[in-house]
Design a protein around this ligand. Structure first.
Ligand SMILES: [Zn+2]
Length: 303
């Protein structure tokens, strides 16, 4: 028999000895970080790992009221630099909402599947058939790359153009912790946060805006960060009609990551039940051995 030639697909990253339990062959490059954040946090090469494998992954509470909190915790949990160090938590709060979603999607797709499956239900009332769309990591990265090219956008308020920046995780928390009287107040409050310098006190955002203007501004803000307000057009294979679907990629990613956490808890449960191991015992062996033991248990059970 001739030996087969093979190629290693993933780069091995050496993690410092203290983090040996997180040694893995599936670290993937962290999405592109803007230069200002690189400099602020001395970032030099970051990597992400899959979620639902290590002990820290069972400590994330997905039931927190505000989604930005578990998002930040997951990003922090799955990010390391070349020396095995994790950036400060503020780094993750300073990432734009779109970049945070791109990171979550990268983590989801670094796991078992390199594609993101989105389940849709046809919007045509006479059809309503379920269908599935698959988006690849490359498609998401290309999409976000276009968006990465601009940090700020010009929007029209009244007769004047104003420069606004993209919202960050920190902005999301600030908005969630503020109670706005109505949509007009919310829109202005959000704009005020994102406006540059002197524009924050502009008279254009002090007075009530028409519904039409609020709608236009909403649309402009949607276009600022397309992964935050993601939508796609899909043809239904049953009725051949095209519809536009709004997808909350943050919610979808968190759902998939929570499923991964449930899978890990199930693994601990099975190994604990079978071998009377404690959580620490389960995590003291590498994931591949855990899967091997699970296979053996399953084979025994099917005998
Ligand atoms: Zn249809």
């Amino acid at each position: 028999m001739k030996p087969a030639t093979f190629q290693l697909l993933h780069k091995m990253i050496n993690i410092e000895p203290g983090l040996i339990s997180e040694r893995a062959d599936c670290w993937v490059p962290f999405p592109c970080v803007p230069d200002n954040l690189r400099a602020k946090y001395s970032i030099n090469g970051l990597f992400l790992r899959p979620f639902g494998v290590f002990k820290r992954d069972i400590e994330i509470d997905f039931k927190q009221k505000a989604r930005p909190y578990p998002v930040t915790e997951i990003l922090q949990c799955c990010t390391r630099d070349k020396n095995g160090k994790t950036p400060k938590q503020n780094f993750f709060w300073d990432l734009t909402a779109g970049k945070r979603i791109e990171c979550l999607l990268t983590i989801v797709m670094s796991g078992y599947s390199s594609k993101l499956s989105i389940h849709l239900c046809c919007l045509n009332d006479n059809c309503r058939q379920p269908m599935e769309v698959e988006i690849s990591q490359e498609e998401i990265a290309d999409f976000q790359l276009q968006n990465d090219k601009a940090d700020s956008f010009m929007i029209q308020i009244g007769d004047k153009g104003h420069l606004i920046r993209k919202p960050t995780g920190r902005d999301q928390i600030e908005w969630l912790n503020t109670s706005f009287a109505n949509e007009d107040a919310a829109m202005k409050g959000m704009l005020r946060t994102l406006l540059h310098g002197d524009d924050k006190t502009s008279s254009d955002i002090r007075y009530p805006m028409s519904d039409e203007r609020v709608k236009t501004l909403n649309k402009s803000m949607d276009e600022l960060d397309p992964l935050v307000n993601f939508d796609l057009r899909a043809y239904c294979p049953y009725c051949d009609k095209e519809n536009r679907y709004e997808i909350n990629l943050e919610e979808l990613s968190l759902y998939k990551l929570q499923e991964a956490q449930k899978g890990l808890l199930q693994t601990i449960h099975r190994l604990a039940l079978h071998y009377h191991w404690r959580e620490e015992d389960v995590f003291s062996i590498p994931p591949w051995r855990r899967y091997h033991y699970l296979d053996l248990i399953e084979k025994e059970e099917t005998l």
